[in-house]
Structures are given as C-alpha cells and as structure tokens.
Design a protein around this ligand. Structure first.
Ligand code: ARG
Ligand code: ZN
Length: 844
C-alpha cells in the first residue's frame, strides 16, 4: 500500500502520559503500557487504531476493564469512550529473534532499540506517528548491570531502573538499552548553568576508544549554544555504541544510539577520515535535540524538515572546526556521487516526497543532502542576518510542535517579507536542474545568459523553473578579480545578467562555492579551466576547474585518446609545487573524479560509458601524473611527514591526506617500495591503511594483509577495513571474485550490517569491478541481497540502489542487471522495503 502526503489527517486522540514497563528476557520480553488518552479537539475522528507488528497481545484494559480488541493488519482497533480514558496492554515480544534491527533487539547480548521511523510498533501497541507527542515514564526490569532509557534517571533498585522524560516526544524517539556496559564519563555546564552528566557507554574493552567522541560531544554542545543559542535540556546525555545497527546513529531523546563505527575511535584503529566522520555524526545527533526532537515532524513526508536542517547545521559545525573550503568540496563530491544519480534516475523523488510504500526507503541523499543544500540556498538568498532571525522565530514559534515544510518556510517569509512560493519547488520537484550559460562581450559590457532545464521524471513529469542563486565573480585577463562574488538570483527559465564598465573581456567564475545543487553546463576550454585553476579566488571553483580538467581528459582517454591533457598535468604540477595551499586542499585537487561520476557525465552527454575503459583511463592518468611530478614527490613526502604525536585535527589530517596522495603516485613509480616501508613503520591506522591500499592497488601486499589480520583480528571495526579494502583495491577483472572469496571467510558475519557493507558495499562502489563484463559482480550482489532480505530488509533495500544507474550502460550490461533485478523481484515473500526499491529501479 502507498501512503500519500495529501491524505494526512490528525489522530483522533492526544496523549497525556505514557508509562512503560519492560520485563526483559531474550526470547520473551513483556512490555506493559499504560497510556492516558483524551479526544483530540482538533478532529472529530474517533477511530481508535493503534499500530502493532509482531506483538503477542496478552491482555488489554480500558479504565481497568478487560477489553478484546480486534487485531487487524498492522495493529488493532477497539471501541473507546468519548471521553478521556486509560488504555493498558501487556504484550510479549522476542528480541532474540529480531534480526531486522528495528524495534527492540539484541546485539552481542545487549538489548537496544531503533524506533525511527516506525519501529516502536514492534515494541507495543501505540499510535506510532510523529505528530502524537507524549511524556514517557519507563521502568526496566532486568539483571543486567546497566539499564537506560530517555530523559532523566529516576529510582533504581538491584534489578530495575526507572526513567522519566519530561519533554513530550513522538514514539520514534523512544530508546532503551540494557547490557553489560562501561561508561566513559564527563560533565558539561550549559550556558545557563545546568550541570549535565555525559556518558559514552561501550562494551568492556572499548574504553580506550571513547575520548574523541566525548570531546566532540562537548564541542558540539558549546557550538550550538554559541551559534544557534540552543541549550541542552536534561540532566544527563547518554550515548551508547552498538555493533549491529542499520544506519549511522539515532538521536533518541537524551539517549543517542550509535553504530560503533560512528563513535568509537583511537589513533591505532581509526583513520583521519573516521575521526572526522565521528565528529560530524556526534554533532549531527546532538543538534537533533532541537532540530528534530524539540521541534519534530508532523508526518514522515516532512523528514527533510529535521534531516536537511540538521545536516546543514552539522556541515556548518565541521566548516568551523576544520577547513570550510575542504568541507564544502567534500560535501559536493558526496552530493554528486550519491544524490545526483538518485535525482537523475529511476529513484528520483522530491526533497519532500509525496508518496511512499516504506518510509525507510526515503532516508536518502535527496532528503538529507539535497535537503541541506536547499537550506544553504535559502540562507544565501535571505542573508546571514535574516537566516539567524528566522531560526530564532522557528524555535520560539514551534518549540514542542510537530511541523511541516510550510511552517519552516513561513518563518522565513515572516522575517523577510519575501514570497517563497517559487522557492518551495525545491521541496516539491525532483530532478537536478541543468544550468546552461552563454556569455557575450560588447563595449565594456559583459553579459551572462542562463537557461535552466530540469529533466522530467516519474515523480515530476512537468518541472517548472526554480529559484537558483548563482554566485558569480569575474577575473580580468591577468588573473585579478575585477568583480567580487555576487549572488545572481535566477527565477526564470532563461535570464541574463549584465556587468558594465569592464576594461576587458573577463573570465567568469560561475556557481562559486557550489551555490546551488545544479549541473552547470558551459562551453568552456581547457585553457580557461587552466586559467581558473591558477587564478580563481574562490577555493571551490578553483578546485572545480582542476576537477573539470581531469574529467575532460579522462573522458577523452576513455574514448581512445592516448595522451593525457597537458593543461591538466601542468596544472597539477603547479598545485603540487604550491606550498601556500592547504595540504588537505591540495590532496583534494589531486584526487580524480569518481569513475561512476564520470560514467554519469558521459551518459548525460549521450555517450555510453565503458567501465573498463574509464578504469584504464584513470590508471593511465595517475601514472602520467606520477611521471610528470616525479621530481617533486620525494620533497613533498618529506614535508608532509608528521613527527609530532598523533592528533586527529585538521592540520595533521591534511598533511597525512596529501602524503597519502603522494604515496599513491610514488607507488606507481617504485612498485610499492615506499608503501611497504610506510606500512612497516606505521604507528597509526591512517598511515597503515593508506600504505596497505597502495600495495594492494599495485598487486602486492599479500604479507601485509596477513600481518594486518594477525594484528587486528580481534577488532571488528578494523577488520571491516580489512574486508573492504581488498574489494575496493581489486582490479576490474578480480573484484567480484575477491568479494566472493571474502564472503566465504569464517569472519564474514553477514548478519552484521557493517561487515555485509564492508564486502558487498565495497563491490558496488568499485565501479570497474562491479560493472565488469560478464556480470559476476551483479550476480554476487543479487545472491546476497536475496539471502539478506528475509533477515534484514532495511539494509537489503538500501543496497539495491547499487543498480539504480543501470540504464546508463550498454545493452549487454542492462540485460545482465535486469535479469538480477527480475530474479530479486520474483522472490516469494520479498520484503516491502526491497520490493518497493526493485520495482522503482525497474520502472521507466
Ligand atoms: N534520524 C537518524 C539520523 O539521521 C537516522 C535514523 C534512520 N533510521 C532508519 N532506520 N530509517 O541521524
Ligand atoms: Zn539526522
């Protein structure tokens, strides 16, 4: 069944309070609920429907009298009084059998929950919808030493604990944890003087991986006070690390639950990239306390209300903590890698979708990352001051409410007096706008003429022009900036902007800072790109110029051109030599565009991409760059060596990133001598893993791979890297086989989402390998999706998106992929999650 935004109606009852008792037992947990309902004055609808899935109802009463509810598909109904009443029920559930990791489940003997989006209905009968908010009191009965739930701690006995959350919340923010855990404890004093006890709960043995996450939490709390005026509102803030988790982390009120990969870190076991990701996810979940929890979503169509805003906030935080240009560039790389294919393929949907079958399938790059881009555009259009005022108004007006995108846009309209009717299309239309630019020069006047076209999709068959903020600066012929950045506000399908009083025809720098999530199409030349790479004052566009040079030369090489472009090679050599540039930024400059991204660009131009040719072109270009730069590489490697003790900060990480890029080039020249030496000497995971990656890429590293396993076999998170790296670094012809062999490894625990993704996710991410002729990669992934679906539908469905780009490729590959999709679709009792994904991917 499909749910539609337009069918929203409020629930017939409000809830005064919820009391829950949990008698924990692995296969027979009892959940007793006592819920005080009253008729909702906002509606006359008095149908009493409670969601429930996989529950065994033991008894139910209304105001103390036994009732016999009618158990229906997805829940129960029952006649109720037309006045306030108390509902009580007792159900039995089986956490040990819960492999879907949604609801209450066991992970290594520890009880934990995941309720967003609709997991609470697997715990007890309840109106499991985000617009029903209530205060929760929870009692947990168990022999386990640590018993946690939301809110503030209450009374505690030998075998039980009580918790009370004073803040009304929807059921999706409920959480419970019980296990043998140890705390890394700290404290935080809020701006108004509230003392907050902070705890990061982990399994014994992981204590030494907590310090960084805790620091990140405190920094996030301070940042949200200073930048958004948001203060924490409970006496405790608990974070728990669990090994079995479908996503990154979850913002349950006062009790965040994290995939252990998104919180546990130490220099020996985690890379710089891991540290940065952990810092961002801790911030993200913490920021949800206001954008998500205090102000939540009316219904799941409004998911971007909390996710787009919270991603935008965590990006601002990372930009403040680290390098703003580097953060912007990595976000755009990610957007193009994950969101553009979604927006331009069969899974396209608006930032605020209008229908779904399974909401878990809409926790997407479009809702999250494009949702954040939309907020960035809004801020650019109204200005920083108006943005800050609008946010103040949002928090003041909507605290304690379940809101919509209309509520969100209204605060901006009220603060600025702007009509955001057209801007709202960013929320309602799917597809990435193509922005074509032409320029004209006459007598000192320079004109930029833009045309926007959004390709129609099933979700948006007739897209209308959107408001596009285009940041533009102009450079003079000698490289000076003759016009600083200005935001051009495009609203029409075509629109021209004039710049007057210029002495000479300028070189335009368009879409600075990637001011809108569009595809910019400009007939430009390599020499103009080289000019911008050398002179642009906007760090994003400077990087973009190098990126475009790389893309153009790779596309030409993949089409049969033997020689790499000299503008690209010369430009990169200058970058390698320019010590005034931030190392992290230089490392980004040296990275080639992703091969899947290139395939997408080619398909956009009407060229059928050949994955093998793209892979070979990338290999050849890296070799050519290594040869070109061989004289500067040793000095650069030396300069980027970090002798100080390891710190996970942006400075050191930037040096290691550039050193890693240099090692990649050096390995192409020395066959792995330097990499083997680095591996042997490495005292942190960043250096160890970058060395191992280079060795594997060069077809070496057998001994190191074995040594790595000996060293780290006991550490799941490190072993995920061991599994993943072998598949990522495999050559196209070997990748599927490498992945298959790893699935036969005794440590391939496929029911653990991290381990499953380490192997099969890495295969899907190895463009040349996944798409290698013959289709072994497709078949292997499909085999495992079919196997995982009955066990864990959410993770299965998510990974189906590996096939979303299938129509880009040649007829043979399309036929091979279609056969696998058909095979998955034909499985009896396929989950709703996977069936929706496969159906959409197959649709025209
Ligand atoms: N709200 C979480 C976050 O973005 C994501 C949890 C989504 N989980 C899910 N099963 N759909 O931080
Ligand atoms: Zn989130």
């Amino acid at each position: 069944t499909t749910v539609h935004l337009k069918d929203y109606t409020p629930f017939g009852f409000t809830i005064d309070s919820v009391e829950l008792t949990f008698r924990l037992a692995p296969s027979a947990t009892r959940v007793i609920s006592r819920i005080a309902f009253r008729p909702n004055p906002e509606t006359g609808d008095r149908r009493f429907f409670l969601h429930g899935e996989g529950l065994t109802l033991v008894r139910a009463t209304i105001d103390g009298d036994e009732v016999t509810p009618e158990i229906v598909d997805g829940g129960l109904t029952c006649p109720v009084p037309d006045a306030p009443f108390t509902w009580e029920s007792e159900v039995e559930i089986d956490p040990a059998a819960n492999t879907a990791l949604e609801g209450l489940y066991l992970s290594n003997g520890m009880y934990c929950t995941q309720c967003e989006a609709e997991g609470f209905r697997k715990i007890t009968y309840y109106p499991d919808r985000p617009d029903v908010m209530a205060t929760f009191t929870v009692r947990i009965e168990s022999d386990l030493p640590v018993l946690l739930s939301n809110g503030n701690p209450g009374d505690r006995g030998e075998t039980w604990a009580e918790w009370h959350d004073p803040w009304p919340k929807p059921a999706y923010l409920f959480a419970l944890v019980a296990g043998d855990l140890v705390a890394h404890a700290d404290r935080f004093t809020t701006c108004s003087g509230r003392e907050v006890a902070l705890n990061l709960w982990v399994r014994p043995g992981d204590e030494d991986k907590c310090a960084f996450g805790m620091e990140a939490l405190k920094t996030s709390m301070t940042w949200d006070e200073q930048v958004y005026g948001r203060e924490y509102d409970l006496d405790v803030f608990n974070i728990v690390a669990v090994d079995d988790f479908n996503m990154g982390a979850m913002e349950n009120k006062g009790l965040n639950i994290f995939n252990s990969s998104a919180v546990l870190a130490s220099p020996e076991t985690s890379t710089d990239a891991n540290f940065e990701r952990i810092e961002a996810i801790i911030a993200h979940e913490y920021f949800h306390n206001w954008t998500g929890n205090r102000i939540t979503c009316r219904d799941w169509f409004q998911l971007c209300l909390k996710e787009g805003l919270t991603v935008f906030r965590d990006a601002q935080f990372t930009a403040d903590m680290r390098s703003a240009p580097v953060k912007r560039i990595t976000d755009v790389i990610d957007l193009r890698a994950r969101q553009f294919p979604e927006d331009n393929g069969p899974l396209a949907h608006p930032v605020r979708p209008e229908s779904f079958q399974e909401i878990n399938n809409f926790y997407t790059a479009t809702v999250y990352e494009k949702g954040a881009e939309v907020i960035g555009m809004l801020k650019r259009l109204v200005g920083d001051e108006a943005y800050a005022e609008a946010l103040e108004l949002y928090f003041a007006r909507h605290d304690g409410q379940a809101c919509t995108i209309e509520d969100w846009l209204k605060v901006f309209e009220d603060v600025t007096g702007r009509d955001l009717g057209q801007f709202k299309r960013w929320y309602s239309q799917a597809g990435t706008p193509r922005l074509t630019v032409r320029d004209y020069w006459t007598d000192g006047t320079y004109t930029l003429s833009f045309t926007q076209v959004t390709p129609p999709s099933a979700a948006s068959p007739d897209p209308q022009p959107q408001v596009i903020p285009v940041d533009v600066g102009l450079l003079g012929p000698n490289g000076d900036e003759v016009r600083p950045t200005e935001t051009l506000e495009m609203t029409g399908a075509t629109q021209s902007f004039r710049f007057e009083g210029l002495a000479a025809r300028p070189v335009p720098s368009i879409l600075r800072g990637f001011s809108a999530p569009v595809i910019l199409d400009r007939d430009s030349s390599d020499s103009e790109r080289a000019f911008l790479l050398a002179h642009d004052t906007d760090p994003f566009n400077r990087w973009e110029a190098g990126r475009m040079l790389a893309a153009e030369t790779l596309i030409a090489m993949a089409a049969g051109d033997a020689a790499p472009g000299s503008d690209y090679l010369d430009g990169m050599l200058a970058v390698l030599r320019d010590d005034t540039l931030d190392p992290a930024y230089r490392a980004l400059m040296l990275a080639l565009p992703g091969q899947s991204e290139l395939a997408g660009t080619m398909a956009d131009r009407g060229i059928t991409p050949d994955p093998d040719a793209i892979w070979s072109a990338a290999e050849a270009l890296r070799l050519a760059l290594a040869q070109k730069a061989q004289d500067v590489l040793p000095r650069l490697a030396e300069d980027m060596r970090v002798d100080a003790p390891y710190r996970a900060d942006a400075d050191q990480a930037g040096k290691r990133a550039l050193a890693g890029a240099v090692l990649g080039l050096v390995t192409r020249l020395d066959g792995g001598i330097a990499a083997a030496a680095q591996y042997a000497a490495a005292d942190n995971m960043t250096l160890q893993l970058s060395a191992l990656g280079c060795l594997l890429n060069a077809g070496k590293g057998k001994a190191e791979l074995a040594a790595f396993r000996d060293q780290w076999g006991h550490d799941r998170l490190v072993m995920d890297k061991w599994f993943g790296l072998q598949v990522m670094q495999a050559a196209p012809a070997d990748a599927a086989d490498a992945a298959r062999q790893l699935t036969e490894d005794a440590d391939f625990n496929w029911k653990n989402p991290n381990r499953f993704r380490a192997v099969l996710g890495a295969l899907a991410g190895n463009h040349g390998g996944f798409h290698h002729a013959g289709g072994a990669g497709y078949a292997l992934l499909a085999d495992w999706l079919v196997r995982l679906d009955p066990v864990n539908p959410q993770t299965t469905a998510r990974m189906c998106s590996a096939f979303q780009t299938w129509r880009r490729y040649d007829a043979d590959r399309q036929a091979l992929i279609r056969a696998q999709l058909d095979r998955i679709a034909a499985r009896p009792s396929l989950s709703r999650d996977t069936s929706e994904m496969v159906t959409r991917i197959l649709s025209a």
